[in-house]
Design a protein around this ligand. Sequence first.
Ligand SMILES: Cc1cc2nc3c(=O)[nH]c(=O)nc-3n(C[C@H](O)[C@H](O)[C@H](O)COP(=O)(O)O)c2cc1C
Length: 282
Amino acid sequence: MNNIFDIIKKRYSVRTYELKPIAKKDTEAITEFLSSITQGPFKNKVQLKLVQTNEDSESELKKYISYGNVKGARSFIAGSVKKGRYAMEDFGYCMEKAVLKATELGLGTVWLGGSLNRGTFAKALALSDDEVIPAITPLGYAADKRSMMDKVIRTLSGGKNRKTFEELFYLGDLSRPLTPSSLGKYETPLEAVRLAPSASNKQPWRIIKEKDQNVFHFYMNEHPTNRVFKDVQMQNNDMGIAMCHFELMANELGLHGTWQTDEPKLDAGNLIYIVSWKSLDN
Ligand SMILES: Cc1cc2nc3c(=O)[nH]c(=O)nc-3n(C[C@H](O)[C@H](O)[C@H](O)COP(=O)(O)O)c2cc1C
């Protein structure tokens, strides 16, 4: 993928699709891309697959997704991850890569963690007992006009609203917000995180940078609803999405680093530690 920042800025949740099928060359490009993704940064096995329905009527679509907040979708990217530690982060990371690839190809997506019929997708993925489907996305061309329901959901979830840089990113501890201009090249990878999609637009990512070092600790500001389900935690998907945006953006800028999970001895209040990016460029 090229021009990651442009792709990230272009992406938004598309909930109203044109009925026209996806062009053959785009189908081939996305299929090839999906097959190249086999695991996330924590090495959990991830499977992503294009699921094309031949259904023409909205009622048939109910086999795949419910509630009617998505209109016109005829294709999906479905995915699964092997259950395990950091499985949700790995899935979020991989699925978001696919979402960005689709955006690059001019295709619309919307992460759907709720309102999908997991049984239908389980069959399409030949899901085994040790795997889980955290989310899927429809895939197709965005319709020019949004449906009424689309507008309502976008308003309820806050759509494009994002927290400010200073609310999300800190220096040393939570008492000192990071100022973008102090970051040099790392300003853009953090901005790429800020623009990421998240479940109900809750933006749970908090990052604390170490003083004088390009070491970034990723924390989750967890909402109580994140623990409702045993095998699926949406906000951990969000954390994987943040890792994806940060890493793709950093790499494109020639910044290199590794993901490590040594929890730093920082006072991070109620935040839950997930992972750290340690620069290899120093
Ligand atoms: C893990 C995850 C799960 C989501 N689940 C749903 C969903 O079930 N239904 C829905 O309409 N949107 C869902 N969304 C989309 C978010 O509401 C959307 O990304 C957020 O409001 C920001 O808007 P934007 O994507 O247009 O930037 C989900 C997003 C993520 C990252």
